[in-house]
Design a protein around this ligand. Structure first.
Ligand code: FE
Length: 203
């Protein structure tokens, strides 16, 4: 993970604004990345300024603020910066399909097969009530699991290693799918998921 400290910069997208169309339009990117994600970065920089958090990396800020009831705003904004950085990398143009190699074996071991995994992941993402995230994570024992988090919450705060995520806040899909979250999640899985990134995170 990056070791830079505040002030943080909005990450560069690893593809063009229209690369994820038609699932995620350039218009959605302009708001989701250009406004929502950018605002989390600005808020975080303003909040950590002249505090002990200013000397920490992004990941350290997330972990520390998760345990600090006086730092809820710092937690929400740092976690949302981390989650969105990770989300954009979890997708690519021409993604989807099936993982290869080590990740495929791990998924087969823990979920049966890739189709069953996708079904279970889709159910979890669609079933997350309200705003949040769905994740494939590796626990401390190395076992894979599907988890969901609410609002800004993140596996980073729970000592889990994230492999990929999808954002199920309405701002992620409403312009392109309106209320049809199941269709959006299905298209994320079949057309966008970046298995190479997930496999790299498995280590
Ligand atoms: Fe988002």
């Amino acid at each position: 993970m990056p070791t830079s400290k505040a002030p943080f910069e909005l990450m560069k997208l690893p593809y063009a604004d229209n690369a994820l169309e038609p699932v995620i339009s350039a218009r959605t990117i302009s708001f989701h990345y250009g406004k929502h994600h950018a605002t989390y970065v600005t808020n975080l920089n303003n909040m950590v300024k002249d505090t002990p958090y200013a000397n920490l990396t992004l990941e350290q800020i997330v972990v520390k603020s998760a345990k600090d009831s006086a730092a809820k705003g710092i937690f929400n904004n740092s976690a949302q910066v981390w989650n969105h950085d990770f989300y954009w990398k979890s997708m690519k143009s021409g993604g989807g399909g099936a993982p290869g190699g080590k990740l495929k074996s791990a998924i087969e071991k823990d979920f049966g097969d890739v189709a069953k995994f996708k079904e279970a992941f889709g159910k979890a993402a669609v079933g997350q009530f309200g705003a949040g995230w769905a994740w494939l994570v590796a626990g401390k024992d190395g076992k894979l699991a599907i988890t969901t988090t609410s609002n800004a919450d993140t596996p980073v705060a729970h000592g889990e290693k994230a492999l990929f995520t999808t954002d199920v806040w309405e701002h992620a899909y409403y312009l392109d799918y309106q209320n049809r979250r199941p269709d959006h999640v299905n298209d994320f899985l079949s057309k966008l998921i970046n298995w190479d990134f997930a496999e790299k995170n498995l280590g």
